[in-house]
Design a protein around this ligand. Structure first.
Ligand SMILES: Nc1ncnc2c1ncn2[C@@H]1O[C@H](COP(=O)(O)OP(=O)(O)OP(=O)(O)O)[C@@H](O)[C@H]1O
Length: 356
């Protein structure tokens, strides 16, 4: 029960849709950036220090422990194929930049259900991530803290009493914490209110990114909202601020959805049912088209228009239709046409429960 298991199945725990507000908040992530004293930051590291760091972290991870530590084992990126590294990106367990490396001195540890993932030698020596379903900022922070405390029992962190945790990029100094939520905002997007939302959240020290984080565009219907500031605020301030803003975004999205349902009931039902029809009948489908249609079906489910699909299936599909997951499922490399065929097949099967 370790990373192999995570790589061989689509499901990880953030997809269970069991968390609060999971009609709109898909997942919550808390990540802590940490570095070890006396060792240069990753971008200045040579082979010898890279190796030393991997050894120290491997030794610091608890063995045979239960709870959130179950299955947590450090694997070098060189031990994973490019496809498997992309699988981890598609599941949101490592960043796209980390996946580009095949260095033996960079690594990843993932627990049994993907709720804890640790990147080693990414931008910082350690990036501890906790990822949960729905809006669970406090719980995700609690998990991250538990992992952090456990590692700190045997690692000497770079910490300055005035500045806080020291990090490779000055924007992370202080708490070293980024808290974020992945939101599904179709009504906000359909009513052209995304730009004003972006402006509003910026005023609260938050930032809006695309589905795959830094450098990915905030377009479509899925958005990641996170704190921009790590210095001069406590972890509790950051969490409370994010929670307060997100609750308002959630309420606004629900209000807009209900408005659409009231004002254009038949058009909305038509659009959603057509989207379902396309998803369950297409012979070939691209990733972008599928994501847009899945977003419609998800909203249809939330509004009670589609009653026969469950949210976990939709969360799993968001990931199962990505290129690396499709190729893993097919057991071979595929060109774009083959992927479009396979994608259509998987969607049909998951939505209708019928094998082709
Ligand atoms: N709430 C969330 N749910 C699922 N995945 C998330 C969430 N927030 C971030 N991620 C994923 O984490 C990865 C990193 O995201 P991002 O670049 O925003 O953060 P970071 O690396 O911690 O920040 P930094 O820019 O400070 O390095 C991305 O793959 C992104 O998809």
């Amino acid at each position: 029960m370790g990373i192999t298991d995570i790589l061989n199945r689509t499901y990880v725990s953030w997809m269970d849709a069991a968390g609060p507000e999971s009609d709109i908040v898909i997942s919550t992530r808390v990540r802590l950036a940490r570095n070890l004293n006396q060792l240069p930051f990753p971008h200045l590291t040579d082979e010898a220090t890279g190796k030393q760091l991997m050894q120290k972290i491997r030794a610091a991870l608890p063995e045979n422990e239960e709870g959130i530590f179950r299955g947590l084992e450090l694997v070098s990126l060189s031990q994973l194929s490019p496809l498997d590294r992309t699988i981890l990106v598609e599941k949101h367990l490592i960043s796209p930049e980390h996946a580009e490396s095949n260095s033996p001195y960079r690594g990843v540890a993932v627990n049994y259900d993907g709720s804890v993932a640790i990147m080693v030698n990414e931008e910082d020596h350690l990036r501890i991530q906790c990822l949960l379903s729905g809006l669970q900022v406090n719980q995700a922070y609690k998990y991250a803290q538990t992992v952090d405390d456990k590692l700190e029992e045997s690692l000497d962190y770079a910490f300055d009493s005035r500045r806080g945790y020291l990090t490779a990029c000055p924007t992370n100094v202080g708490t070293g914490m980024r808290t974020s939520v992945m939101l599904h905002l179709p009504a906000t997007a359909m009513t052209n209110q995304i730009n004003s939302l972006i402006q509003n959240v910026t005023q609260f020290g938050l930032t809006v990114r695309g589905m795959y984080g830094e450098g990915t565009e905030a377009t479509g219907r899925f958005y990641q909202v996170s704190n921009q500031v790590t210095l001069g605020q406590t972890e509790e301030d950051i969490i409370n601020n994010l929670w307060t803003v997100v609750i308002q975004i959630v309420e606004q999205e629900r209000y807009l959805r209900n408005g659409l349902l009231k004002e254009m009931k038949f058009q909305l039902e038509d659009r959603i049912l057509r989207s379902y029809g396309l998803l369950t009948n297409a012979r070939m489908i691209t990733s972008n088209e599928a994501l847009g249609l899945l977003s419609d079906v998800r909203m249809g489910m939330d509004l009670g228009i589609i009653t026969w699909v469950n949210r976990q299936v939709l969360n799993e599909l968001i990931v199962a239709i990505k290129p690396a997951h499709l190729q893993k499922a097919a057991g071979k490399e595929m060109d774009p046409v083959e992927r479009d065929l396979k994608r259509a097949e998987i969607i049909k099967e998951k939505l209708t429960g019928k094998k082709q």
